[in-house]
Design a protein around this ligand. Structure first.
Ligand code: ADP
Ligand code: ADP
Length: 228
């Protein structure tokens, strides 16, 4: 448990181009408090996804360290889940099985899993669609499955990589309101990566702007927002 601290982190992807490695992040430091809703914005290619993937534990820093409390993050863990722009649902699993996926790792009984799935089916307004496959759903519904799958294991930290980018504006507005309501009553830490400043301003209590070229020392400008 504890806040996240990103401490002087750099990332170079080796051999990504014929003519050499790509420096994706340079010496980024950032603290993220427990229960905070933080947005990270910046132009395409500045390293936002790399940073988010490091918090998730999918990407290892080349130098520097990401910590949760006093403990260095060394890989994915049940305290952190992620949502993606393309939903990344398991196409061969039903809505219910997608939502149940992260629950197996938590060692819950079948009964407990069923209860949790039913709760998150309700929360994501997916009642009646439990046995559908992802390709049978609209984009908005798929992203709601992805929200339910991310929240069902009760993570402390929810990471979101452009989760609204593929949605039409009405669907996006509705999902944003829902996520905000969930965040407000859950006490979880939400970290959103987006290139949409309006989205960031609407949703978060703090906006971090990463600027602008990977390979340089990254400038991070923080915009604290008063909560109404
Ligand atoms: P953003 O999310 O801000 O668009 P990314 O973190 O996706 O930025 O990418 C930062 C830089 O690292 C870009 O130049 C990108 O091409 C490069 N990059 C990202 N992921 C990889 C990878 N797996 N292998 C090689 N290069 C990568
Ligand atoms: P969202 O705004 O979440 O994307 P839509 O506007 O696509 O939802 O759909 C609204 C409602 O229409 C859904 O909640 C669902 O009841 C129904 N619906 C949408 N797509 C499908 C589908 N492929 N099969 C059955 N019902 C659907």
């Amino acid at each position: 448990a504890g806040p996240l601290s990103i401490d002087d982190v750099s990332k170079t992807y080796a051999g990504a181009r014929p003519n050499g490695a790509v420096r994706a992040l340079s010496r980024v430091s950032l603290d993220i408090g427990e229960g905070e809703f933080l947005s990270i914005i910046g132009p395409s290619g500045c390293g936002k996804t790399t940073l988010l993937n490091m918090i998730a534990g999918f990407v290892t820093p080349s130098t520097g360290v990401v910590r949760r409390g006093a403990v260095a993050i060394a890989g994915p863990g049940p305290d952190r889940t992620m949502m993606f722009q393309d939903y990344a649902l398991f196409p061969w699993l039903t809505v219910a099985d997608n939502i149940a996926f992260g629950l197996r790792a938590k060692g819950l009984s079948r009964r407990e899993r069923e209860t949790a799935v039913a709760r998150f089916v309700d929360l994501a307004r997916l009642k009646g669609f439990e046995d559908r496959l992802p390709h049978e759903l609209s984009g908005g519904m798929r992203q709601r499955v992805s929200v339910a799958r991310a929240l069902a294991p009760d993570p402390d930290i929810v990471l979101m990589d452009e989760p609204f980018a593929a949605l039409d504006s009405l669907t996006r507005d509705a999902l944003q309101e829902e996520l905000l309501a969930i965040w407000e009553r859950s006490g979880k830490t939400f970290v959103l990566v987006t290139h949409n400043i309006e989205e960031a301003l609407f949703l978060s209590d703090r906006v971090v702007v990463m600027a602008p070229r990977p390979g340089r020392i990254q400038t991070i400008v923080e915009i604290p927002l008063p909560r109404p």
